[in-house]
Design a protein around this ligand. Structure first.
Ligand SMILES: Nc1ncnc2c1ncn2[C@@H]1O[C@H](COP(=O)(O)OP(=O)(O)O)[C@@H](O)[C@H]1O
Ligand SMILES: [Mg+2]
Length: 367
């Protein structure tokens, strides 16, 4: 690099239900970045999808802060611009080139490969998974297919399209008659539990499907898995490593999904209190899950430990919560990698992956 400091665009906010979480995650990253090494440039995506360059100041991560029209920004798909163009009201388009992009977005458009696709066209290095891994990691059906293919255990499930549910629900209703309750009904492509229902009995099934169908055209039904809920961090590119596992510990007498998400009373145990062989297995499984979707950079792999000692993979999150008190960074801290070094490492991995990609030819060379 010619410049002393790397210019790092932090993209945050976004058109997703997880906009607010993203503001908090991005603020933590911003605060942790070593100013001797990095020049952070906050880039806010508003809830209605506008992109803005923000001031390099913590206040840029407040919900109340309004972006300036003059700082409106677009990602340029032309690699010559190396990133962005300021398209505000000054007339013309000023380039804003960056060395690396750190998308600190969660959920739709940020975690599903859409933003990653833009950054591929722009030909700038970016932190985290590429287009394919992001998209597969967002779709609860396709991620399970990848896990099964890699020989990992997942719980029993089936899936169908909304259009099937609306035109011919009978086979689906027949199928759930033979199921054990509780069931979990989910939209395939959302995060943060939006649209998910824990269904206790057959009478509640239809309403649960209708709710999930309002969020996605693809739906899945899973058997409820009894047991403990563990989460493992994965970090790396072609040779990823796993953190120690953490656990989401229920506080009430019976632990359910409402407690975790609606009442927010669950706590994190980091590391999880587990025999060392089980702890080690969680790491092996997490790395295999990461490789199964062809991940890069980072991901958090969530799994259930059943009373019989089986580990079933629930899901992979390619842009997990990243506030300084979130599970993913806390897991790495417990494994010996403090938050700011984790940020360094992710940026290094982004640059490494970019260099690796530059070696890949996109044209057939003349003989
Ligand atoms: N099959 C299941 N069995 C038991 N609990 C589940 C199951 N699926 C989801 N849950 C509970 O619901 C939460 C949210 O579901 P999850 O599939 O992780 O969706 P999200 O992408 O919204 O995080 C899980 O963390 C877990 O507590
Ligand atoms: Mg989850």
């Amino acid at each position: 690099m010619q410049r002393g400091r790397l210019r790092v665009a932090l993209i945050y906010g976004g058109r997703s239900a997880e906009h607010e979480v993203s503001l908090r995650s991005a603020r933590s990253v911003f605060e942790a970045m070593d100013r001797a090494k990095y020049e952070p440039i906050p880039v806010l995506i508003t809830k209605d999808g506008g992109w803005f360059k923000m001031r390099a100041h913590v206040s840029s991560f407040d919900q109340q802060t309004c972006p300036e029209e003059a700082d409106r920004l677009i990602v340029s798909p032309d690699p010559m611009h190396k990133g962005f163009l300021i398209s505000g009201n000054r007339g013309g388009h000023e380039p804003l080139s960056v060395d690396v992009v750190f998308p600190v977005l969660h959920g739709t458009y940020g975690e599903d490969g859409a933003v990653q696709g833009l950054l591929e066209l722009a030909n700038v290095p970016y932190v985290g998974c590429g287009v394919l891994a992001s998209a597969v990691g967002m779709d609860k059906v396709l991620m399970k297919a990848a896990f099964i293919q890699a020989g990992l255990d997942v719980g029993p499930f089936f899936w169908f399209l909304r259009s099937q549910w609306r035109s011919d629900p009978e086979p689906i209703l027949e199928r759930i008659k033979r199921s054990n309750y509780p069931l979990f009904v989910k939209p395939a492509n959302l995060g943060s539990s939006v649209g998910i229902t824990r269904v206790e009995h057959e009478a509640a099934f239809e309403e649960a499907v209708d709710l999930a169908a309002s969020f996605d055209r693809k739906l899945l039904v899973e058997d409820g898995i009894p047991g403990r809920e563990l989460e493992v961090g994965v970090l790396g590119n072609d040779e990823p490593v796993a953190s120690l596992p953490g656990e989401i510990v229920p506080q009430a007498k019976f632990y359910d999904y409402e407690e975790k998400y609606l009442r927010d009373t669950a706590q994190l145990a980091i590391p999880a209190n587990l025999p060392s062989d089980v702890s080690q297995r969680t790491g092996e499984i997490a790395v295999r899950a990461f490789k199964a979707i062809d991940g890069s950079g980072l991901a958090r792999v969530d799994m259930f430990l059943t009373p019989e000692g089986r580990l079933l993979v629930n899901e992979i999150n390619t842009l997990p919560g990243f506030t300084s008190i979130s599970m993913y960074p806390k897991l790495w801290e417990a494994t010996g990698l403090p938050y700011s070094r984790l940020v360094d490492k992710l940026i290094e991995l982004a640059l490494e992956r970019f260099r690796d990609k530059q070696e890949t030819s996109t044209e057939r060379k003349p003989a």
